[in-house]
Design a protein around this ligand. Structure first.
Ligand code: SF4
Length: 316
């Protein structure tokens, strides 16, 4: 599985000032699970070190201007960005981590300056990030800065692992039966993202209109990628926990029921992390050997070593 990254996040000394911006989560954690594919549009066309650049609003159009010589380098940066975005597409990436705030790599809130002024608003997108988004609108993307937020990090990791899973499933020449199995395993994870997506995907798989396998897979792929791009929250996750509890409630005694319900409530109240409840539920899944729950990705969405669900702040 491959993930694209802004080269400077690996510590490569490709920034305009000749240094890197090594990100420890990318280098030490993501690299354990993904092959990291580096991209730096600016170093390719301008070399390193180089004059810094900024995004400038020139009569309503975003231009890229160098800071010292005031050269307009929009075309050069735009062309290399499109070329690299195409290369990224051909690499079959499962996600991309961009460097925040950069006029090339920032995915949001990049400074856009007024023409001939130092006044700016944080409202632009870097040219390379935009080119990647244009080429692959549903590719999971994040920035280094935003990944310091445990909630965004958990959502992003869940999204890229699900994205990689879907890709593998589609590459294995799927059948209708395989689609039902794949969808079944994602039911509660999707439910935790949003009920509308859950219903939509269920209807696609049911295929009441008797569409061809190709049509159904195409529709499923698009809507699945949309669903996993939604952010989960405490209330939606709490509902899923209660649904899963529903599978055991007639099979366990009063004390056990109370124990599970208290854990779910404590998670909802921000007292215990999600992993504590999931571990408890997994005990019952094992005890009753529930085949349906055993395959649910919601209960094991990514390698447990990432420990994302151990953080109370991973859910809002
Ligand atoms: S932010 Fe992007 S363009 Fe700038 S140094 Fe890093 S990888 Fe290169």
């Amino acid at each position: 599985m491959k993930i694209g990254v802004s080269s400077c996040l690996l510590g490569t000394q490709c920034r305009y000032d000749g240094v890197g911006s090594k990100d420890s989560f990318v280098v030490e954690e993501l690299s354990k699970y993904f092959e990291l594919v580096p991209y730096c549009p600016e170093a390719i066309i301008f070399g390193t070190p180089r004059e810094s650049i900024r995004l400038v609003d020139v009569e309503g159009e975003v231009r890229v201007i160098s800071n010292k010589e005031h050269r307009d380098v929009t075309k050069e940066l735009s062309d290399i960005s499109k070329t690299l975005a195409l290369e990224a597409f051909e690499e079959n990436l499962c996600g991309f981590v961009f460097k925040a705030k950069s006029p090339s790599c920032g995915i949001e809130r990049v400074k856009l300056y007024e023409n001939n002024s130092n006044m700016c608003e944080k409202k632009a997108v870097g040219l390379f990030a935009q080119a990647v988004k244009d080429k692959q609108p549903l590719l999971p993307i994040e920035e280094d800065g935003r990944l310091n937020d445990p909630w965004l990090k958990e959502n992003f990791l869940m999204q890229i692992f699900a994205y990689a899973d879907l890709r593998k499933f589609l590459d294995d020449t799927p059948t209708f039966k395989a689609l039902v199995e794949f969808h079944t395993s994602y039911k509660y994870l999707i439910y935790a993202k949003g009920q509308a997506s859950y219903k939509k995907l269920g209807a696609i798989v049911a295929n009441h209109d008797k569409k061809s396998l190709e049509e159904v897979l195409e529709e499923y792929k698009y809507n699945f990628l949309l669903a996993i791009s939604e952010k989960g929250n405490i209330n939606k996750t709490y509902n899923v926990l209660l649904h899963i509890f529903g599978y055991f409630k007639k099979l366990i005694n009063k004390d056990e029921k109370e124990h599970i319900l208290t854990a779910c409530q404590e998670y909802k109240d921000g007292i215990i992390p999600l992993i504590a409840v999931v571990k408890l539920l997994n005990l019952y899944v094992k005890r009753f050997d529930d085949k349906y729950l055993k395959v649910q990705k919601f209960l094991n969405p990514y390698p447990k070593e990432l420990a994302l669900r151990s953080d109370l702040k991973a859910y809002k």
